[in-house]
Design a protein around this ligand. Sequence first.
Ligand SMILES: Cc1ncc(COP(=O)(O)O)c(C=O)c1O
Length: 418
Amino acid sequence: MFRVNDNFLKLSAGYLFPEIARRVQAYAGAHPNLAPRIVRCGIGDVTEPLPKVAIDAMHRATDDLASRDRFHGYPPPTGYDFVRTAIADGDFRSRGCSIDDDEIFLSDGSKPDASAILEILGNGNTVAITDPVYPVYADTNVMAGNTGAAKAGGGYEGLVYLPCTVANDFSPALPATHADIIYLCSPNNPTGAVLDRAALTRWVDWAMARGSLIAFDAAYEAFVRDESIPHSIYEIDGARECAIEFRSFSKIGGFTGVRAGYTVVPKSLSGSASDGARVALHPLWHRRWATCSNGVSWPVQCAVAALYSAEGRAQTRALTDFYLENAAILARACSALGLHVHGATNSPYVWTSCPQGLGSWETFDLLLTEAQVVITPGAGFGRCGEGFIRISAFNSRANVEEVAKRLSVLGAARVVSR
Ligand SMILES: Cc1ncc(COP(=O)(O)O)c(C=O)c1O
């Protein structure tokens, strides 16, 4: 009989968001009169229409496909040159980072990229992730066989966990043990914390000294407003030799449904083959794309390029400003209740303490049943997430203002500052 991938059997209880969906559905089913009141601030999906430049570009590109002269078939697997140039110029060279056009690999999003990258990395790497963490880094490594079994109290054997707590301001300390690959995410999902230049420099120096790889996820880079915070790991000397970077158009351009992102793989980055030979990652990633993908559609690539025009930049700035203002409204509401608020300034996520005495799933249930508000319980992101909830600012202004009022049920839960 054919075999399945046993690694999938190691995955512990359902991925966080299906569990949230299950609870919300159960509640809505049991309370049909209250179901229409439910406001979702759980999953980080955007709500606002796409920037007009992207819509216009997709309309024009669709018309191209209706014309024999302007028709586009299979795209290059790693993106059209004009799109890669727009990205390399707009996101990197304009910030003083030396990134070549052909080091940009356009894709259908950074979640698929975070998974696919494991195809070109060897077996047996020791992987470090933060706790709390975007669950995809852990689960894709479980699926790839880079971990042992799920542990009783949460987490997996074989993964190195780097606690992010109030004590370290949610900036992980360097691992005490060896790690070959470390995932860093800034601005962070779920904590909203940002890694400053000093922290990123420490990580790059650490990785360079050990021959380790940093997988830097900058999916929320567009929310950084503090001028001193790096937008890219390539702002740090040495990063071209030890880091790849994931970027997404989901939040900056509202592309969660359109699907586009990219990964930067510098040509100067190399790892080790099993015989000890040094092997550059760039040709492997190129080969992976050429073999496994036929690229991103013409309308979507045109929409991506449009985001880099002067108009596009103004429109994405307005869009991200809008969500940041939502985050500020939610953060003020939580603070007014005496909760300790983190994130929310360079990030669309409000990471806030639970009312004293309540766990994060209890807080989730309280908000669902008493306020019909869906948030994400911190424990779903890891053990160190217990005691916190994540409130997403991706919503309409009307919903955010409503949620800000309804959060008062947390005050009724006899909040005492932590
Ligand atoms: C940290 C992080 N990386 C990547 C993604 C996924 O991005 P994409 O929509 O481009 O797949 C998300 C989505 O929520 C995220 O939070």
